[in-house]
Design a protein around this ligand. Structure first.
Ligand SMILES: Cc1cc2nc3c(=O)[nH]c(=O)nc-3n(C[C@H](O)[C@H](O)[C@H](O)COP(=O)(O)OP(=O)(O)OC[C@H]3O[C@@H](n4cnc5c(N)ncnc54)[C@H](O)[C@@H]3O)c2cc1C
Length: 390
């Protein structure tokens, strides 16, 4: 077999892969290759869809705060290095009835970590954010460091810089096999094979195809995106309308301000089942789902047309407890980062930095609960995958 050689090879140039390539490419004297099954910045990845909500006031509690704070610095660094706008620090507003459990946890997080925030009553919300239709007894948590991220711009920027720093990137090249050998890792692609000293597997929703040991741990959840046209688009522009999370009864909505000047993103998810493989995931909402989402959106936002003007359906690899997988094989040669569970875009710069540190054998601050054996232990306690909901 004719093998091309590299020190490090990254499989997948999506969210995690792009950040790992950016970080690895900064290291002197290390040859770096990235291999992606689609083109540069495509529409099939879990990152696709114009914007991602960035929050420091996470309702998942303190687990993620340090990762998000480090990522915030790295998002700024990526903006400086690329000269592009990626992180719109317009704030993130969570609105829910007082006492709603996720909001209570988020309030606990901002207080514990002293994160800049404001708490707004129902009347303050109505005055400051008339775009939101507020129920009596709602409260708002405004996360000052929150906002919107531009995922496609972020990935393009990280890949461009990695390439400028000397990384070699190959697109439209699916990886079809990964095997550890005493002399390195053989990575087989549709366009030939590589021998790599170390490999970072960042293949997102496709992870189980290359790493069957993840079969029982990961499931694909479906996440739909919808955009609505307000009668007054200026009121939904980033300078007046923060990223948001809304909870009302069983309905959860999330979204971002208008980046295109005519529509803003407001999404909720129908009761989709979980899937095992990308090939099984639906590719569009049904007409009935879109009508229902539109009706719900019209109950939450003032002056909007209830017909979604844009919509798309995506997938993401979830673990049962939504903690990501950050794992290094026993030999140390293969680092796997996946299972970002529908909320991981905000901290991908930290994951990319950790991947590069693990490859180099540097000290890291990776939470030991993210290692695969720890995940499998928790899964064994559960008995089977029980994740569900977003
Ligand atoms: C609709 C939606 C909304 C979300 N909203 C938020 C949010 O508001 N805030 C937030 O923080 N997070 C959010 N997330 C989560 C976040 O966007 C994802 O968790 C994250 O993008 C996953 O990154 P990844 O690198 O694991 O996967 P991806 O970004 O999908 O990257 C995987 C890459 O690997 C490539 N690949 C796979 N297999 C192979 C192979 N065999 N050979 C070569 N290449 C391969 C793929 O083509 C892809 O480019 C959301 C996710 C979705 C789907």
């Amino acid at each position: 077999m004719d093998l091309q050689k590299t020190d490090v090879l990254v499989i997948g140039a999506g969210a995690v892969g792009a950040m790992a390539l950016w970080q690895l490419s900064k290291r002197e004297g290390v040859s770096v290759v990235g291999i992606e099954q689609y083109g540069r910045v495509h529409s099939h990845g879990s990152y696709a869809g114009e914007s991602r909500v960035f929050r420091t006031a996470v309702h998942e509690g303190g687990t993620y705060v340090r990762m998000i704070q480090r990522s915030r610095d790295l998002w700024r660094e990526l903006e400086r290095e690329s000269g592009r706008d990626i992180y719109y620090e317009v704030g993130a507003l969570s609105i829910a009835p007082e006492g709603f459990p996720d909001l209570v946890t988020a309030l606990g997080t901002v207080r514990e970590f002293d994160l800049p925030h404001r708490v707004l009553s129902d009347s303050e919300l109505r005055k400051e954010y008339p775009q939101h239709l507020i129920q009596d007894g709602d409260i708002g948590l405004f996360d000052e460091h929150g906002g919107g991220l531009r995922p496609e711009v972020a990935i393009m920027s990280a890949l461009d810089i990695a390439e400028k720093n000397g990384a070699k990137l190959f697109f439209n090249t699916p990886v079809i096999g990964v095997e550890e050998h005493p002399g390195g890792v053989v990575v087989r692609t549709t366009q030939g094979s590589w021998l790599a000293g170390k490999v970072v597997v960042a293949s997102g929703s496709w992870s189980t195809r290359l790493s069957p040991e993840l079969n029982e741990l990961l499931r694909l959840q479906v996440l739909g995106l919808t955009w609505f046209m307000p009668r007054d688009p200026a009121a939904f522009a980033p300078d007046r309308f923060p990223a948001f999370l809304r909870d009302q009864g069983p309905v959860h909505f999330f979204g971002a301000p208008s980046f295109d000047g005519y529509a803003f993103k407001a999404c909720t998810n129908p009761e989709w089942p979980v899937f095992r493989d990308v090939a099984e995931v639906p590719t569009s909402h049904t007409r009935e789902e879109l009508i229902k989402i539109g009706q719900r959106a019209a109950e939450l936002f003032d002056g909007i047309n209830p017909e979604p003007v844009r919509q798309s359906v995506h997938h993401c690899a979830y673990t049962p407890d939504r903690l990501p997988v950050v794992d290094q094989s026993t030999s140390g040669r293969i680092v796997t980062v996946t299972g970002l569970s529908g909320h991981g875009f905000k901290f991908i710069p930290q994951l990319g930095e950790w991947a590069a540190q693990l490859v180099a054998g540097d000290d890291t601050t990776v939470d030991p609960r993210f290692a695969l054996p720890a995940h499998m232990q928790r899964l064994a306690q559960l008995g089977a995958y029980t994740g569900g909901g977003h």
